[in-house]
Design a protein around this ligand. Sequence first.
Ligand code: NDP
Length: 497
Amino acid sequence: MKTVTKLKRYDMYINGEWTSPTDGEYFPSHNPATGEAWCEVAKGSAVDVDNAVQAAHAAFLSPEWRKMTPTQRGHLVSKLGELIAENVETLAKFETLDNGKLIREMRGQLQYLPEFYHYYGGLANKIQGNVLPIDKPDMLVYSVREPLGVIAAITPWNSPLYLTTLKLAPALITGNTIVIKPSEMTSASILEFVKLVEKAGFPAGVVNVVTGFGMPVGDALTSHPLVRRIAFTGGEVSARKVVENSAKNFASLSLELGGKSPNIVFEDANLDNAAMGIIAGIFSASGQSCVAGSRAFIHKNVYDKVMEKLVHRVEQIKIGDPLQEETEMGPLATEAQLQRVEQYVDWGLKEGGKLICGGKRPENIENGWYFEPTIFEHADNTSKITREEIFGPILSVIPFEDEDEVIQLANSTEYGLATGIWTQDIGRAHRVSAEIRAGIVWINTYRSVSPIVPIGGSGLTGYGRESGMEVVHEYTQTKSVWVNTSDKIIEDPFKWV
Ligand code: NDP
């Protein structure tokens, strides 16, 4: 007889308390490596969202948080970074169990994550207003930057803690409070992380987490009248609903959506580096990355050489359990995502793409949602598979002949997130970079990130930026203060002569 093991159960975190859902319901979260449920998570409702937003609003108005100096807030945020550093292994394991990404990748991401908290912790007391050179005598005018209020943070499943951090750290140092709604597929690592928020000593209600589904939780959160800003990372369909909701409360909004990012390899490039960059760009995280380099444009004079290098390495990629150190590619996060990838392979073949390698589930793995790293060759950039975001391990390769042509090809996408340029010619590198329509250009590198550098895009990638210094402006608003410094008597305003 099969023994039934009780699953680990997660409640929500509202107003500093571990809170069970008002409806009393929980839903399972599955391990993509096995396809089996490994924990269950509170199924939040609109009532839970309201409780969390009210708590965040009360915390925003409370003297405990409001009167805290920027330096003190910065110390708390840096402390959170230190606690993450002490808990990397545990947090990485929860992320891998939930989203199936390699333990090595999640560990690497988490080891770097404290840098974001230290960067923003240090920035907390450097956010300044201005004294304005006013054109009126006897007036002193200065501006101060003030927090907005309650922030709603909505994140997808591919890098839960990293993507939450991009919103949380700048929101907290500027004195806002926050309600986080993680993806229903990956709530566990966020709830484990919130234990560290508690330990760091943030006042109750400053950070809240409501778990559950986009409908009703994400919907109720993004349309709540007390929410002043929505920081959303996810797909286009949900983003459109969030934009509509933001019209209800006039909350400001940042949208970090998808991409169809190209890697461009010129004939003078270091071809070994370029091949490694392309492989890392698309097959890390099994292609489930917003910046996945899912298109590669390769100059015709080096096309065969680069293809040989790509195929040689890709065919050796070790697919398997993401918790094993030697694994190089893990499963996709959900079964639906796996089916979506298969559907794109069908479309690719029907539209005349040439399948070079991969294209199916690995034969030697029985359970879990695995797919082989796949390369397609195309004559141009017009098919569905070369234009739409797949969010899976499929690379489309297209040859090109000259610089103008490849700029046009790279830009012929509705997205505008990232581009990799591989060349030894410094003039060409900057010339092409200037013509590329994307929020990030990587030259002779790919997929590098830093707290110091803004991320974001345009077109179907959305709008707004995360990371870097300028984001603090998105979490604050200017107050202009006018001071009449003269001691003259103010005339009766209705006496004209
Ligand atoms: P989704 O848009 O499906 O989900 C994102 C989040 O939105 C989830 O928490 C989801 O909840 C929530 N949501 C769903 N419906 C609504 C709604 N009506 N109102 C408010 N929130 C809602 O995206 P995925 O999770 O599938 O993530 C993949 C997408 O994320 C890809 O397009 C990818 O490119 C993008 N992405 C972009 C990044 C960037 O920085 N540009 C980085 C990483 C990913 P639930 O899970 O419960 O449905």
